[in-house]
Structure formats: structure tokens, C-alpha cells
Design a protein around this ligand. Structure first.
Ligand code: GAL
Length: 738
């Protein structure tokens, strides 16, 4: 292991008395922080720094939650908030920008600044992030000649234009550290190095163009590119992984930065729930700083919610909880949050010696090592690591014996006393309770019944099954494919007629002669599906209507924007004399639902003419819109909407998009564990819970979406059928257990 020595950076620092005098005589003087770096660390205002950073994505919560989330992060011992910028949320159509409400980036940035935290701005503008289409606007895919993330003019032009737009917005608000603001780093692209080769000749030139385009923005703080192994000089390549202690940047002049440490993982509808134990997260962070890291970011620190149709995937759940230190609803998750807070404290105690000291590596066995940092002023810091997955190890260091548990690091800020061991969790565990609250006001229900198949006139007719996404351009999840066929007089219909559909994804409901016959869907690892369902046919004309659906567009992977969806083959077997291949039949298409067209989800939709009122809503009925007035919950606890008795669809409160709901259960045969062994390398399938249960039963409804005075409108669009009287709200509370 190489030794690293650092020289004091006195040439970079201003003397304290001088600074004091400056502040005394020029109190309004605004200092811009110069952010620079060398091979050891970032320098902020001339001072070497260790930065603990926390990802909080502004559109995954609401402005009313931002100050609390940022405070909870600060309280948890972080120095910086990291966020992506979500291009498709900001530019819904070309040149038409949106920065309001959850997309008010400047407001979010100022909340972070005013809390005294730094910010890392990952502009992307491709971001992945389990966000719809990886953050790139869908309309850009339809600009002729565009290939995303390749050396291709239309893409580069739009990417540069948007990057400039964001940069100039931040500059005009003076948010870059070079201007006196708090943005210390900016990111261009995202993990392109992992797939650059797949882009052939378009790959490397694009990556180099992105880097130089970024540098030309002249923001006065360093640019980073994550997982970009060939990042040019002046752009820092950074690491994303569950562990980054072994990462080295591509130049000795660049510091070691970890942009994504995943403290959990995301969820997909129909899968079990992942958990990463706090001991292992702490271990990974301690190892990173033991091995010379300067910036470490938790992706996510607060995951939040994929409201509306912002989830990507496909099949990413509406919840983006991520098993993060702050849960989806904004409550601290214990012991994770507290254990990491203790870790941050211990690391901060070591900061100066780590940054200015010489490091010496000592080995105590094949899986045990220590890094000892000593500085000129007598400071001494030791990180004692035991990577053995099973056994404790007694490490004798400076004549004292330290018992280091398996897969753990002990941090000794004075080389004597253990301030923190990553495997010893002292924080109490919290458990979550969802306390039912009946908010439905007995004013009855309003119902709107969607027609099966074409409503109004077809959008067009084609003798072909066409791609779903190319047709809707993601203006909606829904596309109707409808056709008719004839069972000839005298032709025998077996009772075993089967409808066989092959689809690229993501989901479909099939209706024959107006009746729901079956549904099919892919899953988070495979979007494609085949649906085989028995159908009841009648002599003469039979009407077939397929409601094809997307469940969040692909958000990553080489050439991901070309991945299609929708049925590719439709056949009927079991007519005694033939198999009826309907794939090249005449298909009539309709984009979206009538209820979407009428904006039934909006409180401002035109009158109540479209709705019919009932005292009892119809139960188990497909394609039904429900509207009900609900009270405002008392107290301050966060609120979840319990949708376990419904089928699949979308929900809104007072016009705000709660998101897609789908209490789709994972298989009882999936692998789950009631306890999680923190020892050994973590991977997303290691510790799962919820086998056989809905992946997501509760849907976060931010408090600020309720009217303080009551009378809130809850609208549900249900695709297959459920029991709406069993929809309920629940307050989320945590209690501590030891
Ligand atoms: C990374 C990516 C992030 C996010 C993460 C998984 O590869 O950079 O945007 O998708 O994976 O949550």
C-alpha cells in the first residue's frame, strides 16, 4: 500500500487574525470561496476539507418538507447536500421551462445554503436516478437524428443549451462558491465511462466534448464525472458503488471522491424490499476515509417519492424510500441515521490529522490492517480495520490491545481511544407504525366509467401493432389497441379458446367484448411478457381491446431511449379450424383515457357533469374513476394512503399527483431474511423483506397538499377493480425500541 504524505497548504490559507480584522471592518464583505484540489483533498477557501454529503432530490419531496429534510441532514452531521437536476421536469416541451413548486431548484438550493451547508450540483443532464427516461425529455428522442449521449449534434446542442441554462440560473443567483455561494462541485454526465465503449466511435469523443463543454461554463468550482475512467485533466473522475475504498482517481493530482454510496436500494413493483445494514454502511464509509477519501456522498440520504409519473425503471415504485437514513416520509430511520451521525462525529474529530498527516499502513493479518496518520502538531489518528467476515481480531497497537469485531473499523482520533466502531450500534432502533385514520366524509362518491376501447374517435388506424412509446410519446401511460374479428357461422368455438399476446412491456389489460379477461406484466428485471388467457368468444363479431401501459420509462443503459413497449403479436388459438393471427389486422388506436382528456384528476376540471354520484361506489369494477371528499388529517404526522384493497392505477389529492399505485405482491417464494448479517460485502439482494406482500401498500401524500380547512378531493383511477371503500389514510409514526 502506498504511503501518502501531504505538505501543509499554508500558501492557500489566510491567517485568522487577518480574516477577523476584515470581518470587523467590512462586515458586509462577501467572500467567494475558492474551491480547488490536489491529490489529497478539496480545498474550500484554501482549507483542506473532508466533506460528508447527502443526496436529497428536490422533486422527490415538496417545498414544505425541504427545510426539515435539510435540517435533519445537518443534524445527522453532513456538510453538503447533493442533488441531480431533472431536465425533463424543467423543460416539459422544447424551450418551455418550469421551475415552480417541487421543481423550484433555486428555492431548494437557497434552503440548503441558508442552513449553512454546501451543495453538490449534478447537472447531468442525463441522470439515470430511477427517474423517468433518466431525466432526459422524451421529446428530445423525437428530434430527428438524435441519439442520446453520443457524439451527435442535436443531442449535444440540447444538452449544452440546458446545461448553460442551469449554470446561468445558478450564476445569476450567485450560488457557486466562486461567487460567494455554496455550490462546491458540479457534475456533468453520469456514469458514462461504464458504457462509453458500447457507443463505438461516438463514445469517447462525446465524453470528452461533455467535459470540455462543462469546463467552458467557467463556474469557478471543479467539475466531476462519476465512473468516468478517462476524465480529462481538470475534471475529477469519481466513484459510485457500495464500497469505494479501493478506488483511485485517474491522476495523482485528483482527490478521491465518492459520489454514490448506496445506503439501501430502490424498489420495483412486484419485488421484495431491500435493506442495507447500518454497520455495513458505516464500515464502507470508514474504510473510504481510512484510505484517503475527501468527499463521500450518500445516495440517497432521503430518497423520497416518485410523484405522478416521474418514476423510471420500468417498474420503479412510487416510493423511492431507498432504506435511506431519512425515510420516504421525512422521518429519521433509526438506528441508521443515528449510527451514521456518530460515525460522522468520529471522522470529523480526525479531519485535520487525516488531511495533513502522513499515512502509514500496518498489517496485522491477512484481513486486518490499520492506517495511522500523524501530523506535525503531534496529532495521531488510527483506523483499525478487520475485514474478516466471521472472526473478531485482537489488534495490538502501540502496546494496547483492541478487539475489533468482524467486518468493522475502529476509529481512534487520538491513536488511543476508540471513538467509534462501525459494528457497534448504540442508537436505538425505531419501528414504524401506520395508524389508520378514516378521512372519508360521507358525501358519497362520484364515479366516471371509462369506455372499454376507443372513446370518441380513434386517433388513427393501422394494419400493424405499433410501438407504444413512439405513439404516446409518454404523454400518458395508456394506449388502446382495438380490433374486431369474426367467428364464422358454423365455425366451432372450443371452450378453451386462448388469447396469446406477446408484448415488449410493460403491462396490459385485455378486454373481449367489453369484459376484462386478464392482465399481463413484466417486472423490474424483464419488461417483456407473454399473456395467455382463456377467452369467451361468440359467433359473429368479437371486439378485442388491449389497454397497453407503460410503468415508467427506461432510465439507464446504452441506447436506452430506443427501448420500446407494447404488444408485438396477438393470436387466438382454439378456434377449431385455425389459429387466428391478429397481429396485422386493422387496429384502431386511442392515446390516453377519456378521463385524462377531461382532466378528471384536476379540481379545476370543467364542472361535475362528467361524474355520477352514488352513495356506495361500485366495487371490483375495471376502468373506473372515483372521486371522494376527504377531511384534513389532524396533527403533524406524515400521511400515507393505504391502497392494498385496490388493483392498479393512479391517485391524486386536490389535483396533486400522488403517483401510480399497484399493491402488486412479491412471490412468497422469493428470498427474504428476518435478520440481516452485516458482515461481508453487501449487494442489493442480500437482505430482503416482505416476501409475498405488496411491494408498496402505502403512498405518501404530503401534508402540504391537504387544505388546512378540510374538504379535499381524492381522485383515483382504477384499472382492474378494487374496493374503494377500503381506501384509507394512515398517519406514520415511529417509536423507539432498544
Ligand atoms: C447509479 C446511478 C444513479 C442511480 C443508482 C441506483 O448507477 O448513477 O443515478 O440510478 O445507480 O440507485
Amino acid at each position: 500500500m502506498a504511503k501518502r504524505s501531504n505538505t501543509n497548504n499554508s500558501k492557500h490559507s489566510l491567517s485568522l487574525p487577518f480574516l477577523f480584522l476584515l470581518f470587523l471592518f467590512f462586515p458586509s464583505l462577501c467572500f467567494s470561496s475558492n474551491v480547488t484540489y490536489d491529490g489529497r483533498s478539496l480545498f474550500i477557501s484554501g482549507r483542506r476539507r473532508i466533506i460528508i454529503s447527502a443526496s436529497i432530490h428536490y422533486p422527490r419531496s415538496v417545498p414544505a418538507m425541504w427545510p426539515g429534510l435539510v435540517e435533519a441532514a445537518k443534524e445527522g452531521g453532513v456538510d453538503a447536500i447533493e442533488t441531480y437536476v431533472f431536465w425533463n421536469g424543467h423543460e416539459p416541451s422544447p424551450g418551455n421551462y418550469y421551475f415552480e413548486d417541487r421543481f423550484n431548484l433555486v428555492k431548494f438550493a437557497k434552503i440548503v445554503r441558508d442552513a449553512g451547508l454546501y451543495m453538490i450540483l449534478r447537472i447531468g443532464p442525463f441522470v439515470a436516478a430511477e427517474w423517468n427516461f433518466g431525466g432526459v425529455p422524451v421529446w428530445l428522442h423525437y428530434v430527428p437524428g438524435t441519439t442520446f449521449r453520443s457524439n451527435d449534434e442535436p443531442f449535444k446542442n440540447h444538452m449544452e443549451r440546458f446545461t448553460k441554462y442551469i449554470v446561468s440560473m445558478m450564476k445569476s443567483e450567485k450560488l457557486f462558491a466562486s461567487q460567494g455561494g455554496h455550490i462546491i462541485l458540479a457534475q456533468i454526465e453520469n456514469e458514462y465511462g461504464d458504457i462509453e465503449k458500447v457507443y463505438g466511435d461516438g463514445g469517447k469523443p462525446y465524453a470528452m466534448w461533455a467535459a470540455s463543454m462543462a469546463l467552458s461554463q467557467d463556474i469557478g468550482v471543479p467539475w466531476i464525472m462519476c465512473q468516468q475512467y478517462d476524465a480529462p485533466d481538470h475534471v475529477i473522475n469519481t466513484c459510485n458503488s457500495f464500497y469505494c475504498d479501493q478506488f483511485t482517481p485517474n491522476s495523482p493530482n485528483k482527490p478521491k471522491i465518492w459520489t454514490e454510496n448506496w445506503p439501501g436500494w430502490f424498489q420495483t413493483f412486484g419485488a421484495t424490499n431491500p435493506h442495507r445494514p447500518p454497520e455495513d454502511i458505516a464500515f464502507s464509509v470508514a474504510r473510504f476515509f481510512q484510505k484517503g477519501g475527501t468527499v463521500q456522498n450518500y445516495y440517497m440520504y432521503h430518497g423520497g417519492t416518485n410523484f405522478g409519473r416521474t418514476a423510471g425503471g420500468p417498474f420503479i415504485t412510487t416510493s423511492y424510500d431507498y432504506d435511506a437514513p431519512i425515510d420516504e416520509y421525512g422521518l429519521v430511520r433509526q438506528p441508521k441515521w443515528g449510527h451514521l451521525k456518530e460515525l460522522h462525529k468520529a471522522i470529523k474529530q480526525c479531519e485535520n490529522t487525516l488531511l495533513f498527516g502522513n499515512s502509514k499502513l500496518l498489517t496485522f493479518g491477512p484481513l486486518q490492517e490499520a492506517n495511522i496518520y500523524t501530523d506535525h502538531s503531534g496529532g495521531c489518528v488510527a483506523f483499525l480495520a478487520n475485514m474478516d467476515e466471521e472472526k473478531d481480531k485482537s489488534i495490538v497497537f502501540q502496546n494496547r490491545a483492541y478487539n475489533v469485531p468482524p467486518w468493522s473499523v475502529s476509529i481512534l482520533p487520538d491513536c488511543k481511544n476508540v471513538a467509534f466502531n462501525t459494528a457497534k450500534v448504540k442508537t436505538q432502533t425505531s419501528v414504524v407504525e401506520m395508524i389508520d385514520e378514516n378521512l372519508q366524509i360521507p358525501e358519497g362518491w362520484s364515479i366516471f366509467q371509462e369506455k372499454v376501447g376507443i372513446w370518441g374517435k380513434p386517433d388513427f388506424v393501422k394494419n400493424d401493432l405499433i410501438d407504444h412509446i413512439n405513439t404516446t410519446k409518454d404523454s400518458t401511460d395508456y394506449l388502446w389497441y382495438t380490433t374486431s374479428f369474426y367467428v364464422k357461422g358454423g365455425e366451432k368455438i372450443s371452450n378453451q379458446s386462448l388469447l396469446i399476446i406477446e408484448s415488449k412491456g410493460h403491462a396490459a389489460h385485455v378486454f373481449v367484448n367489453g369484459k376484462l379477461q386478464g392482465s399481463g406484466y413484466g417486472n423490474g428485471s424483464e419488461s417483456k411478457f407473454n399473456l395467455t388467457t382463456p377467452v369467451t368468444l361468440k359467433p359473429g363479431r368479437n371486439d378485442l381491446a388491449l389497454l397497453s401501459m407503460t410503468v415508467g420509462l427506461q432510465n439507464a443503459g446504452p441506447f436506452y431511449e430506443w427501448v420500446g413497449a407494447g404488444p408485438t403479436s396477438v393470436k387466438i388459438c382454439g378456434l377449431t379450424s385455425r389459429t387466428l393471427n391478429l397481429s396485422s389486422h386493422e387496429w384502431a388506436y386511442k392515446i390516453g383515457l377519456e378521463g385524462e382528456h377531461l382532466s378528471l384528476f384536476s379540481p379545476y376540471q370543467n364542472g361535475d357533469l362528467n361524474w355520477k354520484t352514488y352513495s356506495q361506489p361500485p366495487n371490483n369494477q375495471p376502468l373506473t374513476w372515483y372521486k371522494v371528499i376527504v377531511d384534513t388529517p389532524t396533527g403533524n404526522d406524515p400521511i400515507g394512503l393505504d391502497m392494498q384493497h385496490m388493483g392498479k392505477g393512479q391517485a391524486w389529492l386536490n389535483g396533486y399527483p400522488i403517483g401510480r399505485y399497484w399493491p402488486r405482491a412479491s412471490s412468497p417464494n422469493d428470498k427474504c431474511t428476518s435478520t440481516c448479517n452485516y458482515r461481508g460485502k453487501f449487494f442489493p439482494d442480500k437482505c430482503r423483506t416482505g416476501c409475498g406482500e405488496p411491494t408498496q401498500r402505502w403512498y405518501h401524500v404530503p401534508r402540504s397538499w391537504f387544505h388546512p380547512t378540510g374538504k379535499n378531493t381524492l381522485v383515483i383511477f382504477e384499472e382492474t377493480g378494487g374496493d374503494p371503500t377500503k381506501i384509507s389514510f394512515a398517519k406514520r409514526q415511529t417509536k423507539h425500541i432498544s
